[in-house]
Design a protein around this ligand. Structure first.
Ligand code: FAD
Length: 376
């Protein structure tokens, strides 16, 4: 059968694209290899800035609203609080299944247990091979995650930078609306995201493969006073395709890459859900424009470069500094709590990373450089 668009993968990126396209009256087929609700290694942290783009009532899905972040290095802690929530914590199986259902209700055809096997370009479109046969479409959206087959075929020489993470759910002795970020993990961080029962816990190495990841994870569990390794389940390993400069075009010919498939993950804390959903929506807009006579889908690549890459560049510079000198970072935010307040504004969507960084630099300059009034 022929569709306007075939989407590979029904994670947040694929579902967001499918909903947006179906609402525009486009015929959409989504192929998902698993059956929802399915497991996805993830902390389930949604920054509050995502809410205006979700067009959904998330009340039932939210496990915790987060108003406080604590940065921790060995025994030292520095915290920052916000009156309004800075993040919402969800369970990924439920959250993703909800987004899939929304796309289905909007009119998208979702086929689960239907892995894509291969795809190729044909005149004026693409042909997709899957378990049950083949279908064609005018456009293909690769939303198939960190190890995307669509991306590998589109850009065979592209080496994504894969950070390595280990995560699990564990019991927790707290019901606080607080997220903990532990900077004692070499070249990365550990996180504790409290949920309704227990917490999502993990460690990520942003440089390379973690050596002895299970050991690092157990150490992390032991050193935090609110955690216990009794009853915790065995952790899973997973990769996070964090942004690196010189990514190839995310729209080429009739193929677009969204979310993790496009390497759209913030290099500071590995936030990917916001960018997955936004890139899915931006890709849908570009495809609708192209189907109605626009100049192809390259506008999607331009939109991503404008909307996300400046943030990623700033976040990448911050990550280099913070993970190389975590002690200095903790001391800096202890002495200058205003900087953390500004950062919470990024999570609430009040400023971009770029604005945040400029404001922080300006505040430091004003404090440390003795300006002279030369007038008169
Ligand atoms: C340990 C860990 C913790 C994280 N914590 C957070 C967090 O707290 N907050 C945050 O914002 N981000 C977090 N991230 C990142 C976040 O999980 C991803 O950025 C996000 O899931 C990307 O969404 P996506 O839709 O692009 O890909 P995915 O969610 O990976 O969805 C891809 C879908 O494609 C399907 N698929 C794959 N191949 C095929 C195929 N051949 N055919 C059909 N279907 C296919 C998969 O089954 C899957 O359902 C974390 C990542 C990890 C690994």
């Amino acid at each position: 059968m022929h569709y306007d668009v075939i989407i590979i993968g029904a994670g947040p990126a694929g579902s967001a694209a499918a909903s947006a396209l179906a609402r525009e009256g486009r015929s959409v087929l989504v192929l998902e290899k698993e059956i929802h609700p399915r497991h996805k290694s993830c902390g389930g942290g949604l920054s509050a800035r995502l809410l205006p783009f979700l067009d959904a009532d998330l009340k039932e899905l939210i496990e915790r609203e987060i108003r406080r972040i604590v940065f921790r290095l060995r025994q030292k802690e520095v915290s920052s609080s916000s009156v309004d929530p800075v993040a919402y914590l969800v369970m990924r199986p439920r959250f993703d299944a909800y987004l899939v259902e929304k796309a289905r209700k909007a009119g998208a055809e979702i086929r689960e247990n239907a892995p894509m096997r291969d795809w190729c370009e044909i005149p004026d479109g693409v042909e997709v091979h899957h378990r049950a046969g083949r279908d064609t479409a005018s456009f293909l959206i690769g939303a198939d995650g960190a190890t995307s087959r669509v991306a590998r075929k589109l850009h065979p020489l592209w080496k994504k930078h894969l950070a390595f993470a280990v995560e699990a759910e564990a019991p927790m002795r707290s019901r606080e609306e607080t997220v903990w970020i532990d900077l004692a993990v070499p070249r990365g961080y550990g996180w504790i995201f409290p949920k309704t029962s227990g917490a999502a816990i993990g460690i990520a190495d942003f440089k390379s493969k973690v050596e002895k990841p299970q050991g690092l994870y157990r150490d992390f569990l032991k050193r935090h006073p609110l955690l216990s390794d009794e009853g915790s389940i065995a952790p899973n390993g997973a990769t996070i395709p964090i942004y690196r400069r010189a990514s190839p075009p995310l729209a080429q010919g009739r193929v677009l890459l969204v979310g993790d498939a496009g390497g759209l993950v913030d290099p500071l804390f590995g936030e990917g859900i916001f960018y997955a959903i936004r890139s899915g929506q931006l890709a849908a807009q570009a495809v609708v424009a192209a189907l109605t006579g626009g100049d192809g889908v390259r506008s999607y690549d331009r939109a991503v470069r404008t909307a996300f890459y400046p943030d990623f560049e700033t976040a990448g510079r911050m990550a280099k500094w913070i993970y190389a000198f975590p002690g200095l970072f903790l001391e800096a935010i202890r002495r200058h709590p205003g900087a953390m307040d500004l950062y919470l504004g990024v999570l609430r969507g009040e400023r971009s990373y770029g604005q945040f960084w400029r404001e922080v630099q300006w505040a430091f300059l004003q404090k440390w450089i003795p300006f002279k009034n030369t007038a008169g």
